[in-house]
Design a binder for this molecule. Structure first.
Ligand SMILES: Nc1ccn([C@H]2C[C@H](O)[C@@H](COP(=O)(O)OP(=O)(O)OP(=O)(O)O)O2)c(=O)n1
Length: 118
């Protein structure tokens, strides 16, 4: 049986830095760093966005909280969302960028661009 560490389920917050480090380790121990170029990772990311889109394809509008979805469908959605997130984090990392800091900076820029009440 998988431990909670191995399957990634625990109660603490997960940081982008932790995921970045786990992805570095995952690639390193498999000798896959050579394949994780920015362009390859971008293409992999786009592929996973396609897989994510397929889950919603032809379903019509989907209610928030996914009340009518089976647990299998929700698990599938969790997996595809995770693939997108993981490739995005890995792409930012191999580009030498700190995605968490960049996202915080972008939120500040967004707030300036779209002031409340305008
Ligand atoms: N060269 C690779 C291949 C995979 N992965 C990791 C990142 C993704 O989280 C996941 C993607 O694995 P798959 O390509 O097997 O894609 P799926 O899990 O979506 O499987 P499938 O396409 O069969 O549904 O594995 C990676 O880091 N580097």
């Amino acid at each position: 049986m998988e431990s909670s560490f191995e399957c990634g389920r625990n109660t603490k917050d997960v940081s982008l830095h932790e995921l970045r480090d786990r992805l570095q380790e995952f690639a390193e121990i498999r000798g896959w760093e050579q394949y994780h170029s920015p362009r390859n990772l971008l293409l992999a990311l786009v592929g996973e966005v396609g897989e994510l889109s397929e889950i919603f394809q032809w379903k019509g509008e989907v209610a928030k909280g996914l009340p009518n979805w089976s647990s299998d469908d929700k698990e599938h959605l969790e997996e595809e969302l995770s693939d997108v997130l993981l490739y995005l984090i890995r792409l930012a990392d191999v580009c030498g960028l700190d995605l968490g800091q960049a996202a915080l900076t972008k939120i500040v820029k967004n707030a300036r661009k779209y002031p409340v009440g305008n």
